[in-house]
Design a protein around this ligand. Sequence first.
Ligand code: FNR
Length: 389
Amino acid sequence: MAVVTCVEDLRQAARRRVPKMFYEYVDAGSWTESTYRENQSDFERIKFRQRVARNIENRSLKTKRLGIDMSMPVAIAPTGLAGMIHPDGEILAARAAASVGIRYTLSTVSICSLEDIAEHVGSPFWFQLYMMRDRDFVGRLIDRAKAAGCDALVLTLDLQLNGQRNKDLKNGLSIPPRPTPANILNLLGKPRWITGMLGTHRHRFGNIMGHVKGIDDLTQLAQWTNDQFDPRLSWNDIEWIKQRWGGKLVLKGILDVEDARIAAQVGADALIVSNHGGRQLDGAPSSIRMLPAIVDAVGDKIEVWLDSGIRSGQDVLKALALGAKGTLIGRAHLYGLGAHGEKGVVQTLEIIAKEMDRTMALCGYTDLSQITRDMLLPGSYPTAHERLR
Ligand code: FNR
């Protein structure tokens, strides 16, 4: 078996194991994918300052964020359909996160349900909420997240409608799925995936099926979900969610300084600078490019987190150096999941932790609390609204 040394190795392995229509659901962005690409290339442009002869013995990545002790300031981002990337995917990824000492975020549109995770993982996790037109359903979902022991609610604001992902359209990835003959042929070449799927009963949206009246089959579910993402969502809805939830609230999908200011005013505990991994508004800036301006505007009022484009521990450190209190990883964990299930997600997280530790040391630091913009080469990172060179 090939030696796995980096997240890219896991991506390659996932590409071999996961059926094309689901692999491309992960490894793609919207329209021209320019934002998707820039999320990574903007990270690459940022350079570290190499410092030497500083005592770098006894290092630690441990931290406390949102009042929670974590082995490193990383959480797993919510990703829909993870249970199609690997059978029972959300349970396995949540177990991996718990074993490493970080939080897993379960998506509203996951395959495994809130109750599945609570029962099979037994550690606290976070729940991501999409605002649906059916507010009664949303209210019950919030109550179920509370009952499942979630210790933060992540409200996603950047998907009032779906960004157009051309690969999904071409692959017929819809509800119900309409795979092309080429996709079906490709599927037949993935016996391990097929066997795994035959061995689980979890194939549908676990948080929705059985919880909405009148939805018993895929066609009814398709109708319901197509109608449900709420285009009327506004800042006025946040208060209702806060009241109903009563716990830590995180607002995800903030990419603009003005929106960050409002997020701080409405009393959220944290915001996530995110462009949904380049899956929503193509042509929007990368998350890392917007981070410094947002931290400067609201970093003293609210915990600022970041996702989109993180593929290594070095990327995590760059975000921390630019003021993020924590980061989330979407695709990086799905590559591990698709490649080797729970073990693969643990591999992703261990790779990231190791890269963070080594890089921190080679920059001359032993503790995350020492890290500031000083870790980075001036001119290689954006300040305020500057463009990345
Ligand atoms: C996502 N993302 C996402 N976000 C969310 O709030 N709810 C969701 O259900 C999903 N689903 C989803 C599926 C897949 C396949 C991907 C790749 C992403 C966005 C996700 O939470 C996160 O913002 C991005 O994945 C971060 O970018 P990277 O780390 O993938 O580059």
